[in-house]
Design a protein around this ligand. Structure first.
Ligand SMILES: Nc1ncnc2c1ncn2[C@@H]1O[C@H](COP(=O)(O)OP(=O)(O)OP(=O)(O)O)[C@@H](O)[C@H]1O
Length: 86
């Protein structure tokens, strides 16, 4: 049975400043990887997700990072991959 996925940014339990930032980006709906991952990250789970390039993975983890920065409890260190092309 298919799991119901909520693609609305409004459905996320996030702080008002984070909501404002998302509004300013003018994104209408979450992409699938965002909708599947972000609610679990916000609930405090560690999540490993994959999706093809350009499908919104970066925002998926950045929303949690922004939330944590607003809480002023944490600093954030992001380790990202580097691609080298010849
Ligand atoms: N919900 C959304 N709606 C519309 N555009 C979005 C959404 N989320 C992200 N984008 C835009 O889609 C583009 C690709 O997003 P992003 O860089 O997060 O993808 P990615 O999966 O992390 O890619 P890569 O694997 O190459 O790092 C960016 O321009 C980003 O601003």
């Amino acid at each position: 049975m298919a799991m119901d996925i909520n693609y609305d940014f409004e459905s996320l339990e996030i702080l008002e400043p984070t909501r404002k930032v998302i509004k300013e980006m003018r994104f209408k709906k979450m992409t699938e990887v965002q909708a599947r991952i972000i609610p679990h990250l916000l609930a405090g789970y560690n999540v490993l997700g994959t999706a093809k390039t350009g499908l919104g993975k970066t925002l998926a983890f950045l929303i949690l990072a922004i939330e944590l920065l607003h809480s002023q409890i944490f600093g954030i260190m992001i380790l990202d991959k580097w691609r080298f092309k010849n």
